[in-house]
Design a protein around this ligand. Structure first.
Ligand code: NAP
Length: 320
């Protein structure tokens, strides 16, 4: 198949493009920067330069590729996040830009795909911190979303809802939205790289267990997320899929294991009230009330099997 990957140079894209090429697809990879064209070539794809927020540039880039499938992996989340960003995500430049990429960026890619007669569209989504907080610890794609998310998360949640609705209801082709779990491994915020955004605070013991540490998180290794995406390019009914490992777990279980894998001292423990003061309500909810996700549908309908079935094995062997 001819596949157009928007976000070919990102953490996900860099794993995905070689996997698509290995599966026999002809890949065109989009980047904003002329200077990253060699990176795209080194992954095995033909580069095309366009700004995802410029509808004419996107239309032209997609038209030049004449793809049968389009993959949307655009975010602005890989940069550094400050404590201020964690407290007020709605004011963070990375979050504001990602919201634009997930609304306008999605619309431009969909319009371009429709215009060139593409027949499949696969997009990055996420489930974490969106599920109803009153439900079971592990949620499926059919379970309800939080009707009242913490205020700072609201615009981000609306943007990802827009993406999921727009993608999964296209009439000119088949649209799939993949709700990746917390990404870890090479190029992500949880890796051994010195500048890895989440690993840094964990090493400095600035990422504590809050309250009972009962928030349940689902993780997925970046290679496994890319493998699920490559499969979704080829098969699977339109709809939403949780792409997470087999082992949703509360923060109090996985965080000490991750700290140890990063050669850090064990995380500190702080009460909820102190976390609210220091990091704000949103971070506190994430650490204490989050729900995990089930990967049963992705396994059943995509035939996907994560290589790192659990973060227990992945943190030990797959941080890069
Ligand atoms: N994905 C999540 O939900 C999430 C949540 C929290 C943290 N993180 C962390 O953030 C990183 C996310 O990985 P990712 O692969 O999703 O994103 P990424 O590594 O930030 O890659 C983003 C991709 O989007 C492209 N892009 C961004 N703005 C663009 C624009 N205006 N026009 C064209 N292309 C544009 C970039 O291309 P160019 O730069 O080449 O133009 C790049 O290929 C990981 O480190 C992950 O651990 C992710």
């Amino acid at each position: 198949m001819k596949v157009f990957v928007a976000g070919a140079t990102g953490a996900l894209g860099r794993q995905l493009v070689p996997q698509l090429v290995a599966r026999g697809h002809e890949v065109v990879g989009m980047t904003r920067s002329a200077s990253k064209q060699d990176l795209v070539r080194s992954l095995g794809a033909r580069p095309v330069v366009a700004d995802a927020l410029d509808p004419d540039a996107v239309a032209q880039a997609v038209a030049s590729a004449e793809p049968e499938a389009i993959v949307h992996e655009l975010t602005a989340l890989s940069g550094p996040m400050s404590m201020r960003d964690a407290r007020r995500p709605e004011r963070s430049t990375a979050v504001i830009m990602t919201i634009r990429l997930r609304t306008e960026g999605t619309d431009h890619l969909l319009a371009a795909g429709r215009a060139v007669g593409a027949r499949r569209f696969v997009a990055q989504s996420y489930g974490a911190f969106r599920f109803a907080r009153t439900g079971e610890p592990v949620q499926t794609e059919a379970d309800p979303l939080d009707p009242d998310p913490p205020a700072p998360l609201r615009t981000g949640v609306e943007a990802i809802l827009h993406l999921e609705r727009a993608v999964t209801t296209i009439e000119w082709g088949e649209g799939l939205a993949l709700r990746y779990g917390g990404l870890y491994g090479p190029g992500t915020s949880i890796s051994r790289a010195p500048d890895a955004v989440m690993a840094g605070p964990i090493r400095k013991r600035r990422f504590p267990i809050v309250g009972d540490g009962g928030g349940v998180w689902s993780h997925v290794h970046i290679e496994d997320a890319a493998a699920a995406t490559a499969i979704a390019v080829e098969r699977g009914q339109p709809g939403i899929y949780n792409i997470v490992d087999d082992d949703p777990a509360p923060v109090r279980e996985w965080l000490p294991v991750l700290a140890s894998a990063l050669d850090a001292k064990p995380p500190r423990r702080i009460p909820r009230w102190l976390a609210r003061l220091a990091a704000g309500e949103t971070a506190t909810v994430m650490m204490t009330e989050a729900k995990g996700a089930s990967n049963a549908k992705a396994k059943r309908e995509l035939g996907w099997q994560p290589r790192y079935a659990s973060w227990r094995q992945g943190f030990a062997q797959g941080l890069g």
